[in-house]
Design a protein around this ligand. Sequence first.
Ligand code: 13P
Ligand code: SF4
Length: 339
Amino acid sequence: MFDTVVQSAQLEYTPAVAQAAAPLYNKVKRVINELDWATFAPYILEINRLKKEKGAVILAHNYMTPEIFHCVADFAGDSLQLAQQAAKTDAKIIVQAGVHFMAETSKILSPEKTILIPDTKAGCSLASSITGADVRLLREKYPNVPIVTYVNTSADVKAESDICCTSSNALAIVESFDSDTVLMIPDQYLARNIARQTKKKILTWQGSCEVHERFTPEDIKKFRKAYPGAVILAHPECPPEVVAEADFAGSTKAMSDYVTDKQPQKVVMITECSMSDNVSVNNPNVEFVRPCNLCPHMKRITLKNILTCLQTMSHEVTVDPAIAVRARLAVDKMLAVKV
Ligand code: 13P
Ligand code: SF4
């Protein structure tokens, strides 16, 4: 039914489209207003139809907007979960609803698959803070120090590293080495947050996430005063002074799980804006205070360019096979570490 409904409607919000999309709207109506839904619904139906026709899956990061996260994604999660899923899926085509390094990671893990990204400009301030040449220089300077590289980096950088990590597994990865000193690149704040939890000496790089570095300890104090009793959750890409003021710090998955498991009355998520919207959909009894910063890179991904991506099979993400093979060693080693 979806096929005929959408093709004949030509992406218009007809009564038939409204009816076909109603179960989805029922799920997200607390975070998407009716006016926006009228624009989104035809795209959602057409994307879901085309995805099936082409045998594609959509892997979406937790920072995607709710109409993507809840209505077209086949799998949604944090960076670690997306990498695990990319390694596992049988689909021949993966549409990465996320930023470029995530699509590259999928390609590294599944070189035989077609990996598409809806907007090639969806970058990341961490990924652009360091190059493979920088890592080679670090290796020369610290020849016996293992290099742990955040997945938020290019394939070239991963290829020069001993192992990758995400914010979900960073501590376990650092602890997996015998060495007393570990280089954690390129996020200086994630590195400093991990340094507070381990006896190892952590060296780092000057990179930072442009979304999380903007939060300050004063912000947190202000939220505590304005929203007494609210639980404050922060992402470990925030400066350590911010994390110290929060009640809990963890990856986007860890924050989402915290809310689902503990059902706090009121919560403040110190992270990207779509997190609260997405988590609130399945947690109707939790009140979300929504101070947040937008990631301009994540926000480049829209229903419109996901549809174009599936229609035109572009933009295909490729990684030089010689680099991919070396980068894969670092990603596979990460996936083998039990958290
Ligand atoms: P996680 O989803 O792994 O916590 O990472 C957050 C992030 O900034 C991804 O770009
Ligand atoms: Fe990069 Fe920060 Fe955006 Fe994540 S939120 S993609 S780390 S800039």
